[in-house]
Design a protein around this ligand. Structure first.
Ligand code: ZN
Length: 256
């Protein structure tokens, strides 16, 4: 049950090791129909339009779809991201994550667990409601933040609320192939079981998923072995995965 795309790859535009062209070549080699170039974009970085032009050129040279995207990070619990609406208009797929710079989660988290979790859910909900965002990147990637929380520790009511909001806003939940990297303190098997339960809960809310490798070197482009394993465990069907190649072939301005 291969999903013929990768919605999340990095290049030397940000912290990836390979060029756009090298990522695209590997995407072709893996038999993909579409690859998104989704580098981080920080205020003060080079003009986003320069990157987009290079990605559009790579698309013209390739038999597969090469989509200009970006990965932005929540700056706080209110869904503020490092991308203006104008900049969002330059790209066609916006992933949003929580990262090392997210205030109230990774930076200065409250010591009280309930208040911390409230921040996590508020930040996640705000990203879903941010109009520039198309998909949540590796959602609930909390294992490397100061207040490490495992998927099973997340209150189910809060998760259901996020699921309902994703469905309502027609935004996607990324299943990221290297998700277990975020949880170095958990046994891999335990992490996978807990994340499968989380995915099953999202699927029950009719959430749509997208698959990404979060490749930081071209060798990982198109990798989805874990994605498919955790989907099987969670009972997520292929029909619940967004058909990005079709969406883009239909010429939609955004992928959702
Ligand atoms: Zn990424």
């Amino acid at each position: 049950m291969a999903i013929p795309y990768d919605c999340h790859t990095h290049t030397t535009f940000s912290d990836g090791r390979n060029s756009v062209e090298e990522n695209v070549r590997q995407a072709e080699a893996m038999g993909l129909e579409l690859v998104v170039i989704s580098d981080h974009y920080w205020p003060g970085d080079d003009d986003l339009s320069v990157r987009v032009r290079r990605i559009v050129d790579a698309d013209a040279e390739s038999p597969i779809h090469v989509v200009p995207g970006v990965e932005v990070t929540a700056q706080d619990t209110f869904g503020t991201v490092s991308l203006t609406e104008n900049e969002a208009g330059l790209v066609r797929f916006v992933l949003a994550d929580m990262g090392g710079s997210t205030k109230g989660v990774a930076v200065d988290p409250p010591a009280d667990l309930d208040r911390y979790l409230a921040n996590v859910f508020r930040a996640t909900l705000s990203l879903v409601e941010n109009p520039v965002v198309d998909a949540l990147a590796h959602p609930f990637n909390l294992g490397r933040f100061p207040a490490s929380v495992t998927p099973a520790q997340l209150p189910r009511s809060g998760l259901r609320e996020i699921g309902a909001a994703l469905f309502e806003a027609d935004k996607a939940f990324e299943i990221m192939n290297q998700m277990s990297w975020w949880f170095p303190d958990m046994l891999e098997a335990q992490f996978t079981l807990e994340y499968a339960e989380l995915l099953a809960l999202m699927a029950a809310e009719n959430v749509k998923f997208v698959l990404g490798s979060d490749a930081h070197s071209c060798g990982a482009v198109g990798a989805q072995g874990w994605c498919r394993r955790v989907m099987d465990l969670a009972g997520v069907e292929k029909s619940q995965v967004v058909d990005l190649p079709r969406k883009f072939a239909d010429g939609l301005p955004h992928a959702r």
